[in-house]
Design a protein around this ligand. Sequence first.
Ligand code: THU
Length: 184
Amino acid sequence: MSELFFRRYLISSLFKLSRNQAHTMREKELTTSFFIYDSLQELSKEDQDLMNLAKKSLDHSWSPYSEFKVGAAVLLKDGKMYGGSNQENAAYPLCLCAERVTIAAAESQSPHIPIMSIAVTVKNPNQLIDQPAAPCGSCRQVICETERKHKQEIRVLIRGEVGPIYMFKSGKSLLPFSFDETFL
Ligand code: THU
């Protein structure tokens, strides 16, 4: 095979290879779902209590910069509940979200008891929030990793100041394509 022929052969096969690879591209869909309750009364007594603790926890929010209060509460397998709220800092990136404050409180005081549910509610003194606020990506990641720690799905209930409650059966359903320790 002459050098020129070989070079042409190589270039044309590389070209074919890249075209073939393009044909292998495919789309994969990630779907998720959640449940909508129109009022607190539709929830079980336990979920109502949890949402009420999240609401009470709004009073302990320290949010002078955003003025956006977030209250959360977790229910543990032994029935214990912990509340928590967002805690802000003038050094903005240090602000702590209510979900992570609350999970950290529970995990540091009851490290061996799985969290079964987390309820989250919000309040903005400047406007009435009547739809649930979506938990941020970092909090979703922490919820997912807490599920893996205890091998227990965590139900996520979210609500605005008033209005419907959205219930996700697990943190994973809020963050379907998530990083975990198996990648390490
Ligand atoms: N925040 C939470 O507490 N949870 C979330 O999932 C999203 C945002 C807080 C952080 C900050 O104090 C305020 O809301 C505005 O971003």
